[in-house]
Design a protein around this ligand. Structure first.
Ligand code: ADP
Ligand code: MG
Length: 459
């Protein structure tokens, strides 16, 4: 709950679900110079985790459905709801963008519902004549800034709290390990000398096996942290570039029309080809810009029954401009059995997009030659498994990479990350499947086979 008073001074409080105040703003936490009419901002944030729903009368999926309908922050002006604020797709506080930038503990329009209420007695907020909300004057901008900064403040408190909890958990688990170690030593001391040596050795082996497992996990974690920051940077880029990219397209169309008019017959010989080139580039920029946005859709990460063929086709459609640009012909032959797997659309998309971009990259290497580029994508069902094949007629996998392909950081590309196939392997493992590679497959180039259990079939 946040308040903005008549003097532009803001304060906020966060309550837990029993209504007890958890945090209250102190001096300097929020600005005291907002140039906006006084307002109240209320937000209910739902912790959509299974364990926060045990023993409650509503189920998590009911609440999710309800939030899909009503989620987001609405704006009430003199008791009346002002559209489009808080309408689906109209995230005026950029909650979803901010969450994409740093997903930790932030509410999104799918996990919260709220309202900003303003009386605006002196009429500082001005409705647009076409009734599509308020004019973006200083009063409106500062009203929004007040709500956004209150959210930021809450986020900071939640992060602090989680940090403190983590530090405490780390301290406790170190303490537990030390205690276990001490009691093991005490027990060993009670043994016969011969048995003491044998047990000490066995205990050391257990400890070092755990240590190396932990090191491996830490390495994996580093890989995923790098990827996470790349991902968030890309999502921000995609949001920011979307507008300029479509402006570019409209502007160049306008230039084309005017140049045709002004130059008449001379247009074709003087400017046409350059304008065509700009138009083509603008289209590509716009398409590529929206590509990550398509992948980021939250619904795609939900684990359900996924129609494998449909997810494959969707990924191909998403990558279409990229494949066309690389002049790759895709030969798609999917099973009529309509296989479904347990997982999320994002899983299949991660697998397919990594394999497809790898094939395109292989075509662009020096060893690839000048043949027509073909990628075959296949799916087939046999004995409760769906096999997805991605094959190309590129140069094939280099022998020195054959065994280590799936490890993080292994790449033959100087601009590569070597993470693509690691992600493929991990994602396939999450789906209880296996991934295999053939250096020179049926089309002469690399062949990748993803082998997944069909949902509903016995293992
Ligand atoms: N379709 C392919 N054809 C030839 N080599 C491939 C193919 N796919 C993957 N590779 C090899 O596997 C390596 C690792 O791939 P990956 O993990 O996706 O990392 P990156 O794409 O960053 O190089 C590539 O650098 C390449 O040498
Ligand atoms: Mg790759």
């Amino acid at each position: 709950m946040a308040h903005l008073d008549d003097h532009g001074h803001a304060s906020a409080q966060v309550f837990d679900r029993s209504g007890k105040a958890r945090w209250t703003t102190g001096a300097g936490d929020l600005d005291s110079h907002y140039q906006a009419p006084s307002a109240t901002f209320e937000l209910w944030v739902f912790l959509l985790a299974r364990d926060s729903f045990t023993g409650r009368s509503a189920t998590i999926s009911e609440v999710r459905k309800w939030l899909e309908q009503v989620g987001g922050v609405h704006l009430y002006h003199r008791g009346l709801r002002v559209r489009p604020y808080g309408d689906e797709g109209h995230d005026w506080l950029d909650m979803n963008l901010r969450r994409a930038r740093s997903p930790e503990l932030r509410p999104s329009t799918n996990t919260s519902v709220g309202r900003v209420t303003v009386l605006d007695a002196s009429g500082e907020l001005l409705q647009r004549t076409d009734r599509t909300g308020f004019i973006e004057n200083e009063a409106f901008r500062d009203l929004r800034r007040f709500a956004v900064e209150a959210l930021e403040w809450m986020q900071a408190r939640r992060l602090d709290e989680r940090e403190a909890r983590r530090a405490e958990e780390r301290r406790q688990s170190e303490e537990r390990a030390e205690k276990a170690d001490r009691s093991l030593k005490q027990e060993i001391d009670k043994l016969e000398p011969g048995a003491q040596r044998a047990v000490t050795q066995a205990a050391d082996e257990v400890a070092s096996a755990h240590a190396s497992e932990r090191d491996l996990l830490r390495e994996d974690l580093k890989v995923y942290k790098t990827l996470a920051s790349v991902g968030t940077a890309v999502s921000v880029f995609a949001h920011e570039i979307d507008g300029p990219a479509s402006d570019l397209t409209t502007s160049v169309q306008a230039v084309e029309r005017r140049a045709q008019k002004a130059l008449a017959a001379k247009y074709a010989t003087t400017m046409a080809s350059q304008i065509e080139a700009v138009k083509r580039s603008a289209t590509l920029v716009a398409r590529f810009a929206t590509l990550p946005l398509g992948m980021l859709k939250k619904s795609k990460r939900r684990r359900t029954l996924v129609d494998a063929n449909e997810a494959i086709r969707d990924t191909l459609a998403l990558l279409r401009p990229y494949l066309d640009d690389a002049r790759v012909e895709v030969d798609c032959d999917l099973s009529d059995d309509d296989p479904h797997v347990h997982g999320s659309v994002a899983d299949i998309e991660a697998i397919m997009s990594n394999l497809l971009t790898n094939a395109v990259k292989a075509f662009r290497t020096r060893d690839a030659g000048l043949r027509d580029r073909v990628v075959a994508v296949r799916s087939s069902v046999a004995e409760g498994r769906v096999l997805i094949g991605v094959l190309d007629n590129g140069p094939g996998i280099r022998p020195q990479f054959a065994n280590r392909l799936w490890l993080p950081g292994i790449t033959s590309d100087e601009n590569g990350t070597g993470l693509g196939l690691t992600i493929v392997r991990d994602t396939v493992a999450d789906l209880d499947g296996e991934a295999r590679a053939i250096a020179q497959g049926e089309l002469g180039g690399a062949e990748f086979i993803i082998d997944l259990p069909v949902a509903g079939s016995p293992r």
